[in-house]
Design a protein. Structure first.
Length: 327
C-alpha cells in the first residue's frame, strides 16, 4: 500500500515557534504527516531541540514528549523544495516563504499573536469551568489535548489543501479549537438552557476504591437500575437515590452505601460484573498495565516500549509508518 503522503516533503518549524502551544501543535501536525508517509524535516535553533528536556522524562534519560512528537522525522536544514510547512507566523515568514502550502498556528487567527499558555486557552474557552470538583480549585486537562487537537486540525487542513492543489495558507486558531473541544457547554445551553459547571455534570461520576486499586464509575439514569441490582444493597431502593439529583443531594450517604461493595472486590471482578450488565465502568490502570491491556494490544496503540502509536487508516487500511532516520 502506498502511503497517502509518500513522496511529499513537510517542513516542521515547531522548534522555531515563539510560544509553547504553537510549537506543540506544529510538532503534532508534522507527526501526523510523517505517519501518513511524508518525509518530515525538523530544523532546530542554535539551542537545540526544545522538547528534549520537557516532561515527562524517561527513566533512561530524554523526554517522552520528544520521542513521541518527533518520531518519523529527521533533523535537517530548511533548504530544498518542500510541499508543506507548519509553524507560527514568525517561523513561516522567516524560513518558508517559498512553500506553496502552509499551516499557520495562532491564538485567535491571523494578526497579532498575544502571549498565551495552554492553561490560558482552557480558561478562555470555559473548559476550566467544567473540569474538577465543585468548590475545589480548577483542574487543567491532562497532557496537551489543546495543542494536539490543533495539530490534528492543521494536518486535516493541509491534506485538504493538498487535495485542492495550488497555493494556500491553512489558518488554525488555538482558541477556536479549544472552544470546539468544549462543545458540551454550547450543547448544554441549547438543550438544558444553562451551561454545565464543575460538579453538575458529574453527579453520577465517581472514582471508586477497589481491593487492588480504583475503578471509574460513569453512569446515567438509564443505568441506575442495573447498577443498583448489581450492588444488591436494599438501602439503595430508597426514593432519595432514585434520581441523579437525589443521589447528588445525598452524595456522602450514597457513597458510604456503595463503597464497601467496591472495596471488597478487585478491579477485574468489578469490571466483569459491570460489563455483564452493560454498566459503563473501567479499571484505572498504571502505565505498565496499559502495555498488557487486551484492547491496547489489539489496536496496536502502544509499542512494547510504551511509545504511543497513531491508529491512522487510509482507505480502510492501517498505516504503518517507517522508523525515523535520526540525523
Amino acid at each position: 500500500m502506498v502511503a497517502p503522503l509518500a513522496g511529499k516533503r513537510v517542513l516542521d518549524l515547531g522548534a522555531f515557534c515563539a510560544q509553547r502551544p504553537h510549537g506543540l501543535a506544529a510538532a503534532m501536525a508534522a507527526r501526523l504527516c510523517a505517519a501518513y508517509g511524508a518525509e518530515v524535516v525538523r530544523p532546530l535553533p542554535a539551542g537545540g531541540e526544545p522538547l528534549a528536556t520537557q516532561p515527562p522524562l524517561l527513566p533512561g534519560g530524554g523526554s517522552a514528549l520528544d520521542r513521541f512528537l518527533n518520531a518519523g522525522k529527521r533533523r535537517g536544514p530548511t533548504s530544498g523544495r518542500f510541499d508543506m510547512a507548519i509553524g507560527d507566523s514568525g517561523a513561516l515568514e522567516a524560513q518558508a516563504d517559498a512553500v506553496p502550502i502552509r499551516a499557520r498556528i495562532s491564538v485567535f487567527g491571523p494578526g497579532d499573536d498575544p502571549p498565551m499558555s495552554e492553561l490560558g486557552l482552557l480558561a478562555l474557552s470555559g473548559l476550566l469551568g467544567i473540569v474538577g470538583e465543585a468548590g475545589g480549585p480548577p483542574a487543567r486537562l491532562a497532557g496537551h489535548q489543546v495543542a494536539y487537537a490543533a495539530g490534528l486540525a492543521a494536518c486535516t487542513g493541509l491534506l485538504a489543501a493538498l487535495r485542492a492543489g495550488g497555493e494556500e495558507v491553512v489558518d488554525v486558531s488555538l482558541f477556536d479549537v479549544t472552544a470546539w473541544l468544549n462543545w458540551k457547554v454550547a450543547a448544554g445551553v441549547l438543550v438544558l438552557g444553562a451551561a454545565p459547571t464543575r460538579g453538575n455534570a458529574r453527579n453520577n461520576w465517581h472514582t471508586m476504591p477497589a481491593s487492588d486499586g480504583h475503578v471509574a464509575l460513569v453512569f446515567q439514569d438509564k443505568d441506575w437500575p442495573a447498577l443498583r441490582n448489581m450492588l444488591g444493597d436494599e438501602r439503595l431502593q430508597a426514593p432519595r437515590f432514585a434520581t441523579a439529583a437525589g443521589r447528588a443531594e445525598h452524595r456522602p450517604e450514597f457513597l458510604s452505601v456503595i463503597t464497601p461493595w467496591f472495596t471488597a472486590r478487585s478491579r477485574a471482578e468489578i469490571t466483569a460484573a459491570a460489563q455483564a450488565r452493560r454498566i459503563p465502568i473501567g479499571p484505572v490502570l498504571a502505565p505498565v498495565e496499559l502495555l498488557r491491556d487486551p484492547q491496547n494490544q489489539a489496536r496496536g496503540f502502544l509499542a512494547p516500549d510504551g511509545t504511543p502509536g497513531l491508529p491512522l487508516s487510509w482507505n480502510g487500511a492501517r498505516i504503518q509508518p517507517e522508523a525515523a532516520d535520526a540525523a
